[in-house]
Design a protein. Structure first.
Length: 277
C-alpha cells in the first residue's frame, strides 16, 4: 500500500469533534501531527484510502471497539508514582485524623491512567490505616491503560518517587527476564478496583468518597466541560470530603461547592479542614 497521505484541515476538525464528543477533550490545532502519528497506522491496517474514510468508519456506529481504540489512541496518559508528594501527605493526615473506624475510607483516582496514582494512594492507606477498612477505585476512559493498571507491572524507572520503605513493602523486584521491572504486591493489587468511566457523561452508581483525585486532567477540557465534570465528581464527595487537582489547574469560577484549603486541594464547604503543614 502506498504511504498514507497527510490529514486535511477538514478531516482534522472531524477528529477534534469526535474526541470532544466522546471524551470532552479539546484538541488544539497544534495536535494535528499527533493525530496523524497515533491513527495513521490504524488507517493503513484497515486498508483505507485516508483519514476521512477512517472517520466515516467511526461515525457509522458499526464498530464500537474501533471507536474505543481511537479514544484510547487520542487520550494522553502521563503519570508516575507519588506525583505531587504533598497531596499524599494531606491524604495521610485526613485518613488518620478523620477516618470513622466504623466505615471504609474511600478514595477515587478519577483519571488513573496506568494506575500509578491509585497504587500510591493504596500504599499510603495500607500504611496509615492498618487493619481499618479502606477502598481505592481508579478509573479512566481508556481501556488500554486500565488493562496495564490491573497488572500492576511497571518499569523500575517509574519507581524513583516511591519511598524506599514502600518499595520494599509493597513491590516485588523483577528477576531474570523481568529484571528492571517491579510488580505491585498481590494483596495490595487486590485492594484496588479499576473501572472504565467517562467523566463527561452521567456517572454510574459509585457511592460517596472521602477523597477524590482529579489531577492534571482539566487542562484538556474547555470551561463548560470542566464545570460539568467537576460538578459530577464533587457530588460524589462525602460531607467535608477532599477534592485534589493538579497544581497548574484551578476551580476558580468552575465550582463553588468546594473551597480551597491548600495548594490544589479543595474541600466541600461546611466540612472541617484538616491541619495544613
Amino acid at each position: 500500500m502506498s504511504k498514507l497521505v497527510g490529514i486535511s484541515e477538514q478531516e482534522f476538525s472531524q477528529f477534534q469533534r469526535f474526541i470532544f464528543e466522546e471524551a470532552g477533550i479539546s484538541l488544539s490545532s497544534g495536535k494535528k501531527a499527533m493525530v496523524c502519528a497515533r491513527l495513521g497506522k490504524r488507517v493503513e491496517q484497515h486498508r483505507l484510502p485516508g483519514f476521512g474514510a477512517y472517520f466515516r468508519m467511526l461515525a457509522s456506529g458499526e464498530n464500537p471497539a474501533e471507536v474505543q481504540f481511537a479514544v484510547d489512541s487520542l487520550t494522553t496518559n502521563e503519570t508516575y508514582f507519588f506525583r505531587e508528594p504533598k497531596h499524599f501527605d494531606w491524604l495521610r493526615r485526613v485518613a488518620t485524623t478523620e477516618h470513622d473506624k466504623g466505615r471504609a475510607f474511600r478514595v477515587w483516582s478519577a483519571a488513573s491512567s496506568s494506575g500509578e496514582e491509585a497504587y500510591s494512594v493504596a500504599m499510603v492507606l495500607a500504611d496509615c490505616l492498618g487493619g481499618a477498612p479502606w477502598e481505592v477505585m481508579g478509573s479512566d476512559i481508556s481501556t488500554r491503560v486500565l488493562e496495564r493498571a490491573r497488572t500492576g507491572h511497571y518499569s523500575m524507572q517509574r519507581a524513583s518517587h516511591i519511598p524506599e520503605g514502600y518499595l520494599k513493602r509493597f513491590c516485588l523486584r523483577g528477576v531474570g527476564e523481568q529484571n528492571g521491572t517491579l510488580l505491585i504486591q498481590r494483596e495490595l493489587r487486590g485492594r484496588v478496583q479499576f473501572r472504565q468511566i467517562n467523566l463527561n457523561v452521567a456517572l454510574p452508581q459509585l457511592g460517596l468518597f472521602d477523597v477524590i483525585f482529579l489531577r492534571n486532567v482539566m487542562i484538556y477540557f474547555n470551561d463548560e466541560t470542566k464545570r460539568g465534570v467537576v460538578a459530577r465528581l464533587v457530588a460524589q464527595l462525602k460531607p467535608g470530603g477532599s477534592f485534589l487537582i493538579g497544581h497548574s489547574e484551578t476551580l476558580h469560577g468552575i465550582n463553588e461547592a468546594v473551597q480551597p484549603v491548600a495548594p490544589a486541594i479543595y474541600r466541600q464547604r461546611g466540612g472541617r479542614a484538616a491541619r495544613v503543614a
